[in-house]
Design a protein. Structure first.
Length: 149
């Protein structure tokens, strides 16, 4: 992989799932730092405590079904956090849910950049990176009409 994330945050109540996701990320050499949270409240606290620093994740991988605050509830609070534009994390949902309503709901949430089924894999990570790269290039082309990529 050519581009590297500085920091990926995992939010999933399942410790073995976090371990396997961390393993995929670290073995792919696509990230400098990975941090797991087993509940959404602690993840939100971390984000709010670090809002003015460069210690925010580039990418958040979020589970839907968790005890306490679930992924949907996390997103409701998250969208009200006032990040500096250049520090706004990208969020992708990673879930075992096969319910098509979940995917439809996710597609309507502006702060979500993707919806993927577990298990997390190198292919999913590469897909996220490729789609982000394509999005950046499209924005770049839109702002610079005379430049051919």
């Amino acid at each position: 992989m050519t581009s590297k994330f500085k920091f990926i945050m995992l939010i999933d109540d399942d410790i073995p799932t976090n371990y396997l996701s961390e393993l995929v990320i670290m073995q792919s050499d696509s990230c400098e730092k990975v941090q797991s949270f087993i509940n959404a409240e602690n993840a939100l606290d971390f984000l709010q405590d670090n809002i003015q620093t460069k210690e925010l994740p580039d990418l958040i991988l979020l589970d839907i079904n968790m005890p306490g605050m679930n992924g949907w509830e996390f997103l409701e609070v998250y969208k009200n956090i006032k990040f500096l534009e250049e520090n706004t994390p990208i969020i992708c949902m990673i879930t075992t849910s096969l319910n098509p309503d979940d995917e439809r709901k996710a597609s309507k949430i502006e702060v979500l950049s993707g919806f993927f089924l577990k298990p997390f894999s190198l292919e999913i990570l590469q897909g996220i990176q490729d789609s982000l790269r394509a999005k950046f290039l499209n924005q770049y082309k839109g702002n610079n009409q005379n430049i051919k990529l």
